[in-house]
Design a protein around this ligand. Structure first.
Ligand SMILES: C[S@@+](CC[C@H](N)C(=O)[O-])C[C@H]1O[C@@H](n2cnc3c(N)ncnc32)[C@H](O)[C@@H]1O
Length: 233
């Protein structure tokens, strides 16, 4: 049964959701759009583009409100030279009554149709939402994902380790590692020491970057081009 999710307004005026069973919000209360834009778009997508990657495949862990997908679609609008394949996992899609309340499209400057399309398109069927934005929403848990795809960028946006510990287990992180292309980038808002140790142990190169408002740091991890730095995890 779907938990009784509540729409909340964060410090930058954008909405997020409060999950009463987990006692956790979907985004930082210091600004949902500000956080997603900083962690996933600036430090992930824009970073890969700055290194010359214009054709990019993204895996998102946790589609949730669709905010990261919408910001990525916005980036595709702004950069027509890019081609973005966007795969997103979500075992618990949100009810339409909740999605309809979210103010992301207006605040980002996209049409509400763009946001509706993201949510209303079918699960587990690829769709071209723009000539340069190709979406596949997978109604699945990361643990159960069997696809043989490889990704250039991973938005790891699971609930915090204190709330959903299993998502941050080294075996799950290793599974994500296996799905990354050499040179692939993993970004997350989380900056826990244990996470960084696990990412290092599975063979990623860690960078601690400035976090969004309210967070000192975030984590970016890069897969070596030749995968030779890998140690036994
Ligand atoms: C912190 S929220 C962020 C969601 C989304 N990125 C957003 O901006 O709204 C975490 C999301 O992960 C989803 N999730 C929970 N368990 C999962 C699993 N095993 N595999 C993939 N996603 C999961 C939750 O349902 C939730 O939508």
């Amino acid at each position: 049964m779907a938990p009784d999710l509540k729409v909340i307004t964060t410090s930058d005026g954008s909405h997020s959701l409060y999950h009463p069973l987990l006692k956790e919000t979907y985004h930082s209360t210091h600004g949902a759009i500000t956080e997603s834009q900083h962690v996933f778009i600036q430090k992930g997508l824009a970073y890969q583009k700055s290194l010359g990657l214009d054709a990019i495949s993204v895996l998102e862990v946790g589609f949730g409100t669709g905010l990261n997908a919408l910001l990525t679609l916005h980036f595709a609008h702004q950069h027509p030279e890019m081609n973005i394949i966007y795969h997103s996992l979500e075992p618990f899609p949100l009810p339409t009554e909740i999605v309809d309340q979210l103010n992301y499209a207006q605040r980002i400057g996209l049409s509400s149709k763009d946001f509706k399309n993201l949510h209303e398109c079918a699960w587990d069927e690829p769709i071209d939402l723009r000539f340069n934005f190709h979406l596949l929403k997978m109604k699945s848990r990361l643990e159960h994902l069997t696809a043989g795809e490889r990704y250039d960028l991973v938005y790891f946006d699971a609930f915090a380790p204190s709330k959903q510990k299993e998502m941050w287990d080294i075996s799950i992180l290793n599974k994500v590692y296996e799905m990354m292309n050499p040179g692939g980038v993993f970004v997350t808002y989380c900056a826990q020491g244990q996470l960084k140790r696990s990412l290092k142990a599975i063979g990623l190169e860690i960078e601690s970057l400035n976090g969004p408002p309210g967070k000192k740091e975030m984590t970016r991890a890069v897969k070596y081009m030749n995968e030779k730095k890998r140690t036994d995890a």
